[in-house]
Design a protein around this ligand. Structure first.
Ligand code: UN1
Length: 498
């Protein structure tokens, strides 16, 4: 039966079109299970056409002055600002995060596009003295060529824009493959750049599965850089495949982010932070607070405060501004999280939640109760990434134990400490093994003009957004200009250059 939802094609070389006899898939509202839009399940041939278009568009885009590329980005930011409420609503409908966060996702996109537009007038290199006379030494930044941006569903406009805006300002052309379950959000991103006047072939959009579209992209020799955000297993596979072609692979993967609440913390402040960090976006942020490491002196008191507040916490329609938490993003997510909850029930003490919600609107969507376990460090739920609204609470005797527990996981993305002791706060900044540390704030909410990324299995050492975005998408060229009109030999003539 033909579906009534809007049918999207692929966006290749400046045109939306559907290949003949294309297989299709639909995205679904996780709060209602209603279909939202239909997309092409791309094939290796589609990927090939997209890469060819990007390849052909590259020389002219590379040679467009960066400030002019910046003007296009500013226009994209302006258009997205105009569309903010409509796109924010689509984010909430397709991904399930509450509407304030859906709008926040779009605002994060706008902020970053504007920031990158300004980079068009910077893209700074280095200028350093030469060891010889009449000689300049400097560096310039050049684009990498055709880049692949492979993005997740949890920040379905922001993370695509983190990659696209940075790749564009630096002069690269792009093939963009979004997560399948938030393809409508991704299509909104593409439409913004289309409306801003992006030249044909500079940004291409291919929907479809990771195993087909993702693999074809990662293995094509014309792609020199891959920027991937997603799960650890897929990330490792992308890295290995990319390595064979000696590609640069940027990875942003999982987290098991701790909040440490010390005995001298402002407890009401910490309570707000832990709730937002653990249950914002239904816990489906790479930066979500999944571990609460509580000092024993405030353990019972704080746990009591947390459970009291959770009784008033509303789970429901994410479009209703009063809702605290929406559904999880998909049936697949619901299944995986429930599996972890079952593990938790065996190895830990359930404090609250721990179930799929039933009755009324809950029966139509993927609604889980916000869940808290008291557990010991070392249990599976305290160490493995769950990516859902599940918080593990771990009791510690002192700061040293808190840091030991915080660091003893395979990930290192975000981290936080609540304390009023300034020395301890700075000590924690040094001690916590993570790419991001917050003091007296939750583990979520990074701003886009600072680098984002993590240590250990969170990635392979790269950072994105902030100034790091420029590193991600450029090659550095070192330039020596000798205006002495004679052969000067570095290392050899330099001793006598005086
Ligand atoms: C993510 O979870 O993958 O810092 C991104 C934050 C957001 C971005 C999260 N600005 O929570």
């Amino acid at each position: 039966m033909p579906s009534k939802v809007e049918q999207f094609g692929l966006f290749i070389n400046g045109k939306w079109s559907s290949p003949a006899n294309a297989k299709r898939f639909e995205t679904v509202n996780p709060a209602t299970r209603e279909p939202l839009a239909s997309f092409v399940a791309g094939t290796p041939a589609d990927v090939d056409r997209a890469i060819s278009a990007a390849h052909a568009a590259f020389p002219a885009w590379r040679d467009t002055p960066a400030p002019k590329r910046g003007t296009l980005l500013l226009e994209a930011a302006r258009i997205l600002t105009e569309r903010k409420s409509a796109v924010g609503r689509i984010v909430t409908q397709e991904m399930g995060k509450v509407i304030s966060e859906g709008l926040g996702d779009v605002q994060e996109s706008i902020d970053f596009i504007e920031y990158m537009a300004g980079e068009g007038r910077r893209l700074v290199g280095e200028t350093v003295p030469s060891e010889l006379r009449s000689k300049f030494c400097l560096t310039v930044r050049q684009p990498k060529g055709v880049v692949a941006c492979i993005t997740p569903w949890n920040f379905p406009t922001a993370i695509p824009n983190w990659k696209i805006a940075a790749a564009l300002i630096t002069g690269n052309t792009i093939v963009f493959k979004p997560a399948s379950n938030t393809a409508l959000c991704a299509a909104q991103v593409v439409k913004v750049y289309e409306s801003a006047g992006i030249p044909p072939g500079v940004l291409n959009f291919v929907t479809g599965s990771g195993s087909v579209v993702g693999t074809a992209l990662v293995e094509d020799p014309r792609i020199r850089t891959i920027s991937f955000t997603g799960g650890v297993e897929t990330g490792r596979d992308v890295y290995v495949r990319g390595a064979k072609g000696l590609k640069m692979v940027h990875l942003e993967l999982g987290g098991k982010n701790p909040v440490i609440v010390m005995d001298d913390a402002n407890l009401p402040l910490a309570l707000d932070g832990v709730l937002f960090g653990a249950f914002g976006t239904s816990g489906q942020r790479c930066t979500a607070t999944s571990r609460l490491i509580l000092h024993e002196k405030v353990y019972s008191q704080f746990l009591g405060m947390l459970t009291d507040r959770l009784k008033k916490f509303t789970v429901g329609d994410p479009l209703d501004p009063k809702t605290g938490m929406g559904p999880v993003a998909s049936a697949d997510q619901e299944r995986k999280i429930l599996e972890y909850i079952a593990i938790g029930k065996k190895e830990a003490k359930l404090v609250c939640g721990g179930e799929k919600l039933k009755g009324g609107i809950y029966d139509r969507g993927y609604f889980l109760a916000p869940t808290i376990f008291e557990t010991r460090h070392g249990s599976r739920i305290s160490k493995e990434e769950i990516f859902g609204p599940v918080l593990s609470v771990i009791k510690v005797a002192d700061y040293a134990e808190a840091v030991r527990v915080a660091n003893d996981v395979e990930y290192g993305l975000s981290s936080s400490i609540y304390t009023r002791d300034v020395n301890r706060a700075f000590r924690a900044i040094e001690d916590l093994e993570a790419g991001i540390t917050y003091v007296n704030a939750p583990t979520i909410g990074a701003e886009v003009h600072l680098p984002f990324g993590g240590v250990k299995n969170t990635g392979n050492g790269g950072r994105e957004v902030g100034s790091a975005a420029i590193e991600e998408f450029t090659e550095v060229k070192t330039v020596f200009v000798d205006f002495s009109d004679k052969l000067q030999k570095a290392q050899i003539d330099s001793e006598t250059a005086a």
